[in-house]
Design a protein around this ligand. Structure first.
Ligand SMILES: Cc1cc2nc3c(=O)[nH]c(=O)nc-3n(C[C@H](O)[C@H](O)[C@H](O)COP(=O)(O)OP(=O)(O)OC[C@H]3O[C@@H](n4cnc5c(N)ncnc54)[C@H](O)[C@@H]3O)c2cc1C
Length: 422
């Protein structure tokens, strides 16, 4: 009798524990946003403030995406929209500022240094078109940790946004060209299944759209496809390079040994340096393209990141030899790679170079929802940056993946034109 009881008890425990392992949290929302970078934050604030129940899924332990986790804590030009303005003004004093160039790139000292100036206000950062970058433009710089705190507070205040940090999107269930649910898993193994009326892919790499089967583009297209004057007849396969940004801080004891410096005298270095912000007055160093952009196609991001750290060590050892950086020491690597170019979702309308060349006054679209005036960033074999005469508009159709009704892409890189992005 006792044996039979023990058998059933053990069976009961086993069945229940395996159910427990498999337990999935079922969540429901009006809007489910995947990715809490700049795009995801904007989408979550807009939806939750207008009364929708929102679930925001983010794989990292902070909100802010590339702006925070990749240390691209530099809006250049500053976005004029109300959320960016609000975030900027809610950041505590000392954790933000507007910067201008104090050292231009030159052959002997190939870095641009952009320092916060008390004379500049947020409004100085809002325009980029038709300005001389050396003397007339300004950028917003902010402390990454304070940005995360401030935005989390803003999301919480809505009372409508459930934020799932450390939680990675893994799969979408699609029926009749509609996403029904998505699945996500937290770093501690907790599984979620989220159903929603609308899903917004803000992952920066179109992970949800690709998983759901949306059509995507990568790299250059031939001129014949969109009639863009700068597009090549025969496209190459290059992608804009990847960065691993890092931060440095003032130090009384900044020592990198002279031996290391000697070894690196011939190491070529370029950098875009901004700051200082935060309690320890950190500068952010963007080493520009140090990793081949094509690596995102077939290489593990974790391996690329480790490789990036080695390159950063060399980069800093060399940068440290220049006069502006002698009294600084290394602080930290950005927790995430800075990926400039990735998959672009084919939406109901694809913004092209022609839209940028037309400029807002000449564009005919009836559904323009936002304006941008960052220089035209030509990627590909002959990459270059061309300042625009005026701003251009982005139609709403650029956010709706072709063939999908309840899926949007609020991804800033995707809104940028075909072939052109930051
Ligand atoms: C080095 C560099 C310099 C730049 N310089 C400028 C500049 O000067 N001016 C400018 O305006 N722009 C610049 N940009 C571009 C700008 O940073 C990006 O366009 C912008 O940050 C993209 O925002 P996003 O929200 O679309 O994507 P991201 O900020 O990349 O956010 C995507 C979010 O999705 C999350 N995510 C990804 N996969 C998953 C998943 N499976 N599950 C859950 N979450 C996921 C990520 O962790 C991240 O938080 C630069 C970019 C780089 C890399």
């Amino acid at each position: 009798m006792r044996t039979i009881l023990t058998f059933f008890l053990t069976l009961f425990i086993l069945i229940n524990s395996s159910c427990f392992d498999q337990q999935i949290n079922l969540l429901k929302a009006d809007v489910c946003i995947i990715g809490a970078g700049s795009a995801g934050i904007g989408a979550a604030l807009a939806a939750s403030r207008s009364g929708a129940d929102v679930i925001l899924v983010e794989k990292e332990n902070k909100v802010g995406g590339t702006s925070v986790q990749s240390y691209v804590n530099n809006w250049e030009p500053g976005p004029g929209c109300s959320y960016s303005y609000e975030i900027y003004h809610r950041l505590p004093p000392g954790t933000k500022g507007v910067a201008k160039q104090v050292h231009p790139y030159d052959k002997d000292e190939p870095y641009g240094l952009f320092l916060i100036s008390p004379q500049l206000t947020y409004n100085h950062s809002l325009r980029r078109s038709d300005l001389d970058v050396k003397t007339e433009t300004a950028s917003v710089v902010f402390d990454v940790n304070e940005f995360d705190n401030t935005v989390r507070q803003m999301l919480e205040e809505t009372g409508k946004c459930k934020l799932l940090l450390n939680t990675k999107f893994v799969n979408a269930t699609v029926t009749n060209n509609e996403i029904k649910t998505i699945e996500a898993i937290s770093s501690s193994g907790q599984k979620y299944q989220v159903s929603a009326k609308v899903f917004i892919d803000c992952t920066g790499g179109a992970f949800v759209c690709r998983n759901a089967g949306c059509e995507t583009m990568l790299g250059e297209e031939p001129r014949s496809k969109f009639g863009e004057p700068s597009a090549p007849e025969n496209p190459g396969n290059s992608l804009n390079a990847i960065s691993l940004c890092y931060q440095i801080r003032p130090s009384k004891n900044p020592g990198i040994s002279d031996t290391v410096n000697q070894l690196l005298l011939n190491y070529k270095v370029v950098a875009h340096v901004t700051g200082p912000v935060g309690p320890d007055q950190r500068l952010t160093v963007n080493p520009l393209g140090i990793i081949d952009g094509k690596c995102i196609i077939d290489q593990e991001l974790d391996k690329l990141y480790e490789n990036g750290k080695d390159l950063v060590d060399k980069h800093w050892a060399k940068l440290h030899t220049f006069p502006h950086f002698k009294d600084y020491e290394f602080d930290s690597y950005a927790p995430m790679l800075g990926i400039r170019e990735s998959y672009r979702v084919v939406c109901r309308y694809v913004l092209t170079q022609n839209d940028l060349l037309d400029g807002f006054p000449n564009q005919k679209h009836k559904d323009i929802i936002t304006l941008a005036d960052h220089p035209m960033d030509l990627h590909g074999e002959n990459s270059s940056l061309k300042t625009l005469k005026e701003a251009y508009g982005v139609p709403y159709r650029c956010l709706i993946p072709k063939g999908f009704d309840n899926l949007r892409t609020a991804d800033l890189r995707k809104i940028k034109v075909n072939e052109f992005s930051y």
